[in-house]
Design a protein around this ligand. Structure first.
Ligand SMILES: C[S@@+](CC[C@H](N)C(=O)[O-])C[C@H]1O[C@@H](n2cnc3c(N)ncnc32)[C@H](O)[C@@H]1O
Length: 226
């Protein structure tokens, strides 16, 4: 093969594919989550929404990682997935929390088209797609909770997410190993914007799968905050 040709990435099997603990873990959302996994592995890769190397770790790195936010969310009300991208964690959240209304907020047209197809294919009546940047829907979109994965550093997330939340609303962000540094660095900005104390959690899904770091912040004061 000449150097100019596209590199073929061998698709390795996902060690968790076929693991009997997955249907048990996902319960009634299993069918939808399983179909979402297949869509990501096929069309998601072809359309450049997921890297080919991710196919062998879709369960651990993406789907279980997304499911890890669910225990930190309200089970009803409106949840906005800010910067939903390929639908992570929003699609998984919508499948697992059928009583909640989930808004997949994403500015990129191509990703919104994908999200619309996923919602329709999975038959998720509680999920909708909104094409916008978070800062452009301040004042017109409100939420009881906002989720965000791999979108922006915390201080920027506070600026984008808090105006969507009323008092008592929660921001639930999936973060990496440096979450506590980020929390510290963003503390002043968070307080100024009406956020309470951020808590950091190691979220467990199934044994043998890396825990996910979740940062949860409740929005306290709303009046007078800019
Ligand atoms: C790195 S991707 C992560 C996507 C997905 N959350 C995931 O974990 O796979 C970041 C996403 O945030 C979106 N984004 C960037 N700025 C945004 C903004 N101001 N408001 C809403 N979404 C934004 C991008 O279009 C992109 O789809």
């Amino acid at each position: 093969m000449s150097g100019a040709e596209t590199e073929e990435v061998p698709v390795l099997p996902d060690p968790l594919d076929g693991d009997p603990r997955l249907p048990t873990f996902f319960g009634s959302s299993w069918g939808a989550v399983r179909r979402f996994r297949d869509m990501l592995a096929d069309e998601g890769v072809l359309r450049g929404l997921v890297g080919p190397r991710e196919v062998s770790r879709l369960w651990e790195r993406h789907l279980l990682n997304s499911a890890a936010v669910v225990p930190f969310l309200p089970t009803s009300g409106r949840i906005v997935d800010l910067g939903s991208g390929a639908g992570l964690p929003g699609v998984v959240v919508a499948a697992m929390l059928p009583e909640a209304e989930v808004v997949l907020l994403e500015p990129m047209e191509r990703r919104c088209a994908w999200l619309g197809e996923v919602v329709s294919e999975l038959g998720l009546p509680n999920a909708t797609v909104t094409r916008a940047r978070a800062e452009d829907v301040h004042g017109s979109l409100t939420a009881d909770a906002v989720t965000a994965r791999a979108v922006a550093p915390l201080d920027r997330l506070y600026r984008w997410a808090f105006p969507l939340l009323g008092s008592g609303g929660v921001l639930v962000a999936l973060k990496g190993a440096r979450a506590s540094d980020e929390v510290q660095a963003a503390e002043k900005a968070g307080r100024r914007l009406g956020g309470g104390q951020a808590s950091i959690h190691a979220a467990h899904t199934i044994d043998g799968v890396d825990e996910t770091t979740v940062v949860r912040v409740v929005r306290e004061a709303v009046r007078g905050v800019r």
